[in-house]
Design a binder for this molecule. Structure first.
Ligand code: SF4
Ligand code: SF4
Length: 227
């Protein structure tokens, strides 16, 4: 899932600036699961903003609403009237949600209430860890299901480096060395031969070097046209 955390209230207050009527918009998907921007967080953020600006002597009218997913037009259509009625939207969606609102309601001013951080999993209660960097050419089949792009600090394809010590990464003794994890996993499956093949430099053209990425599924487009 997409992992995010809420911006500090002081930063949010700066972003909201002189808007008097603010709509806080939560998102019911990833940011709900990571407790950053769901319905509960939207209510808390709206209440905090109301109270804090009132104490500052500049009380704002702050409402909140949460949609199932901010990144799909059909859910944004449900809040059209509320968005258009507000001076500003404070989105508690990920960066995609913020941009979707801005794109769908070009007349409205939208600011982010979250810092979108990474793609990851909840590894234990209250802890989220990065697992994927969305490189666009997944190599987990070669690494026992452990991603060296997101989890090795140097994104090495043929690790480990010389800094791996006692199963931990040289950047921090609390961080497991991804290549140690890969070795242990392949070893436990009797598949160590997989990493004996030297991997060539990764082709990063599927990643961040070529501008915004796009996937087009003509088969699905065709179905939509036929419907
Ligand atoms: S190899 Fe690429 S797509 Fe696969 S998990 Fe790692 S970053 Fe994500
Ligand atoms: S110690 Fe392990 S995880 Fe850290 S940079 Fe080296 S190979 Fe990657």
């Amino acid at each position: 899932m997409i992992i995010a955390e809420r911006k500090p209230l002081d930063e949010i207050k700066t972003l909201v600036d002189d808007a008097q009527k603010v709509l806080v918009v939560g998102c019911g998907t990833c940011v709900t699961v990571c407790f950053a921007g769901g319905s509960r967080e939207a209510q808390i953020t709206a209440a905090s903003l109301r109270m804090s600006t009132k104490l500052d002597g500049n009380g704002k009218n702050v409402g909140d609403v949460t949609v199932q997913r901010q990144c799909e037009w059909e859910y944004l259509d449900e809040i059209k009237d509320q968005v258009e009625d507000a001076d500003m939207v404070l989105s508690l969606g990920c960066g995609i949600g913020v941009q979707a609102i801005a794109e769908h309601f070009p007349e409205s001013w939208v600011v982010p209430g979250l810092n979108t951080t990474f793609l990851g999993i909840p590894s234990e209660q209250g802890v989220w860890e990065e697992r994927c960097a969305a490189c666009g050419d997944c190599i987990l089949g070669l690494t026992g299901g452990i991603c060296p792009i997101a989890r090795c600090s140097k994104s090495l394809l043929n690790g480990p480096c010389g800094g791996s010590e006692a199963g931990h990464c040289e950047i921090d003794p609390d961080v497991p060395c991804a290549w140690q994890l890969i070795y242990d996993r392949l070893s436990s499956k009797d598949k160590l031969h997989v990493i004996l093949d030297l991997q060539p430099p990764k082709n990063w053209s599927t990643s961040r070097d070529g501008g915004p990425r796009k996937i087009v599924r003509e088969d699905l487009r065709l179905k939509a046209e036929e419907a």
